[in-house]
Design a binder for this molecule. Structure first.
Ligand code: AMP
Ligand code: MG
Length: 409
């Protein structure tokens, strides 16, 4: 069985919002064992949307749309589905109850005219309840194909999918009964090419599969298995994961939803260590990530964004001589920043970041992307140098990731 996702909305086309619904739906369909060959994003345009839907219906069994079910004039998914299938729009009693129920719950009277469009569905559609918004979704079976239209806001789409669409799809005849399960291992302190080389022979098989993808400072390995049940798929993944972990050792810092900042935080907590940070080019990104983790107040005490040399001197006590002699971007300054940050608050461990994020400020000896990291602990001090490539944002993110990686080691 082949599924296809059509995300509707000009704001998606313009890159104003991220297409998180497509990701959510694609993962959900994969878990159901429904193959996906195409995903489309199309703007709020009736003809183009109807055209996309016609093509989707010609090549896929189940087409899921998201967005364009609202009350405003640019919400045209109902119309376009009807156009693509040559069906009229008709007033739907169940859809009307969804809309009216939404207004009633909010203590409002009759829905305005725009909202009344929301209970016009393509003939034959079955309305889907919406407990979190005004837009009814719908399921429409026509000509051996299925169209499922869901509202755009994720807070409405997800519960509607989980509670009403998932049971429907699970019961569809013609599914081959397989499920696809993925496990993502997160690596740090190793590049994509080096990681791939270590596991290349494991990636040869077709089930389970192994694929790397790289982010600044982090490589993810996705392990995917297809089987007749989730348990069976997990049994296929287990030995593969074990072997990958054996080969990559310490480079694997977590799996699936685990983040580096959470792993670092757990380490600090387990060892009873209090952390301080001194950041220059990352402007607080490391502190932001550390404090994203609930309970980080157990171990995080202090973070300073010391951008100017004067701040490095006055807040962290970096000697003026160090700055003059070696420059703000140097191993000596990184170490002095870390030592200073640790001393200011009597913390147990401190990490400092100082570098050139660009696009200007580079020199032949210290090009853009040169970043020094210092770590100060009771047992001693360590430093590292990074030479990153990319734009300012990439270099900053990469630097924050490296700072956390240094902390973990
Ligand atoms: P719509 O139903 O098209 O009017 O969409 C309403 C809102 O839902 C949009 O303004 C977005 O905030 C959100 N939204 C729509 N489509 C998506 C999508 N594919 N992924 C994530 N959010 C979306
Ligand atoms: Mg829209």
């Amino acid at each position: 069985m082949v599924g296809e996702i059509v995300a509707v909305g000009t704001e998606l086309l313009l890159g104003q919002i991220l297409n998180t619904n497509a990701r959510y739906l694609a993962q959900a369909l994969a878990r159901l064992g429904i193959d996906i060959y195409y995903q489309t994003v199309v703007g709020d345009n009736r003809e183009r949307l109807a055209g996309v839907l016609s093509r989707a219906l010609a090549r896929s069994d189940v087409v899921i749309t998201c967005g364009g079910l609202g009350p405003t004039a640019d919400d045209l998914t109902r119309e376009a589905v009807a156009d693509a299938l040559g069906l009229p729009l008709v007033e739907d009693e169940a859809a009307r109850q969804v809309v009216e129920g939404y207004f009633r719950r909010r203590g409002l009277d009759l829905p305005p005219a725009g909202n009344r469009r929301q209970w016009l569905l393509p003939a034959g559609a079955r309305a889907l309840r919406n407990d979190h918004g005004s837009a009814p979704g719908f399921i429409l079976e026509a000509g051996g194909k299925v169209v499922i239209s869901l509202p755009g806001p994720p807070a409405e789409l997800r519960p509607m999918f989980e509670e009403q669409v998932l049971p429907y799809l699970s019961a569809l005849p013609g599914r081959d009964g397989t499920v696809i399960v993925s496990r993502v291992l997160h690596l740090c302190g190793i590049g994509e090419a080096a990681a791939e080389e270590l596991v290349r022979d494991l990636a040869a098989g077709s089930n389970p599969t192994l694929a790397p993808y790289a982010h600044p400072g982090q490589v993810d390995l996705r392990l995917t298995a297809k089987a007749r049940s989730e348990e069976e798929a997990r049994r296929l993944l287990e030995p593969l994961e074990e072997e990958v972990r054996r080969r990559l050792g310490e480079h694997v810092f977590g799996a699936d939803e685990e983040t580096l900042e959470a792993v670092v935080g757990a380490l600090l907590r387990a060892r009873g260590l209090r952390l301080a940070l001194a950041e220059s080019c990352t402007g607080g990104l490391v502190a932001e990530r550390i404090t994203r983790v609930p309970g980080s107040s157990d171990y995080f005490v202090f973070g300073a964004v010391t951008y100017a040399n004067e701040a490095k001197e006055r807040v962290l006590g970096v000697p003026a001589e160090t700055l003059r002699r070696w420059g703000a971007v140097s191993r000596q300054t990184a170490l002095a920043m870390a030592e200073g940050a640790r001393a200011v608050m009597g913390a147990d461990v401190a990490v400092a970041v100082t570098g050139i994020a660009g696009p200007t400020g580079g020199t032949p000896e210290k090009p853009v992307g040169t970043v020094y990291f210092g770590l100060s602990a009771r047992e001693g001090s360590w430093w590292r140098k990074g030479s990153f490539t990319g734009d300012r944002e990439t270099i900053r993110r990469w630097s924050a990731q490296e700072a956390l990686t240094l902390l973990r080691s």
